[in-house]
Design a protein around this ligand. Structure first.
Ligand SMILES: NC(=O)c1ccc[n+]([C@@H]2O[C@H](COP(=O)([O-])OP(=O)(O)OC[C@H]3O[C@@H](n4cnc5c(N)ncnc54)[C@H](O)[C@@H]3O)[C@@H](O)[C@H]2O)c1
Length: 255
């Protein structure tokens, strides 16, 4: 246990710890990988992005090609990340957020795909990681404020992220006795390549996207590093007594 005499720099020191970040080639995952590297962790990024090796290298991490829906690929990526050592930190970040559109038109295939990537695959990553966390550890799942409240045209995404929060709480109970803390982050809107891609049609229609991204009580645009700082807190010893928690990081927009 970190005691009262432990300094702040020691509390965030991840030297010697192995970390695996899914979807870390860009956006929020890349920002998290960068902060973990800065804190001293040995970080592996798993992503289906073809250029993952080079993108990860730019962050000071190792990149492995991995589609999280393929459990064999997840196992291979975790083996590469740990290299026979235990895994200490896993950030379950990879996810998809195509707009569902009106629920009366959503196809079964669409809903199934959303749940497969955002819920089932996150589950698989957590399970495979937990089996390799022989010395305790920390898992952080990326949820969303969309899982906390309703909203038109995002029903399947909202359901998937609410499920992520439910799994986070359940896993925290199951894995706590093994020294594994499990938490989630629920970001508000964050300016990432994925969000820009989703919003492109709205921009073309005249919507001021940048204004939209900064439409929160603190009035600043959500940046991937805002989420990375929260993730660093949750995986570090600063959060030694925090588990089963969903940390909302949204500039106060759901307050
Ligand atoms: N950006 C936001 O506003 C926001 C808000 C709330 C929650 N989130 C969540 O944060 C996470 C990251 O979002 P982002 O905006 O950085 O996304 P992004 O689309 O910008 O980047 C996602 C990364 O994940 C990778 N990826 C996607 N599917 C994958 C798969 N099956 N296997 C491996 N890698 C895969 C992509 O290649 C990409 O590198 C997601 O879970 C998302 O739902 C984002």
């Amino acid at each position: 246990m970190a005691g009262m005499e432990t300094s702040v720099s020691e509390l965030v020191d991840l030297e010697g710890r192995t970390a695996f970040v899914t979807g870390g080639a860009k956006g929020i995952g890349a920002a998290i990988a960068r902060r973990l590297v800065e804190a001293g962790a040995d970080v592996t990024v798993g992503d289906l992005e073809p250029g993952v090796a080079g993108l990860a290298e730019d962050l000071g991490a190792t990149g492995v090609s991995c589609d999280i829906t393929d459990t064999d690929a997840v196992r291979a990526a975790l083996d590469a990340a740990s290299a026979d050592r235990p895994v200490d930190i896993v950030v379950n970040n990879a996810g998809i957020f195509p707009t569902t559109g009106p629920m009366v038109h959503a196809t079964d295939e669409f809903v199934q795909r959303m749940l497969d990537v955002n819920v089932r695959a996150q589950y698989s990553v957590a399970r495979e990681a937990a089996n390799r966390m022989t010395g305790g550890g920390s898992i952080v799942n990326l949820a969303s404020i969309a899982g906390l409240r309703g909203g038109a045209n995002i029903s399947a995404y909202s359901a998937s992220k609410a499920a992520v929060m439910a799994l986070t709480r359940a896993f925290a109970h199951e894995l706590g006795p093994r020294g594994i803390r499990v938490n989630a982050i629920a970001p508000g809107i964050i300016d990432t390549p994925g969000v820009q891609e989703q919003m492109a049609p709205l921009r073309a229609g005249g919507l001021d996207i940048d204004r939209q991204i900064a439409a929160n009580p603190v009035g600043i645009a959500g940046h991937p590093d805002h989420i990375a700082r929260a993730a660093l807190f949750l995986v570090s010893d600063l959060a030694e007594f925090v588990s089963g928690h969903v940390l909302v990081v949204d500039g106060g927009s759901t307050a």
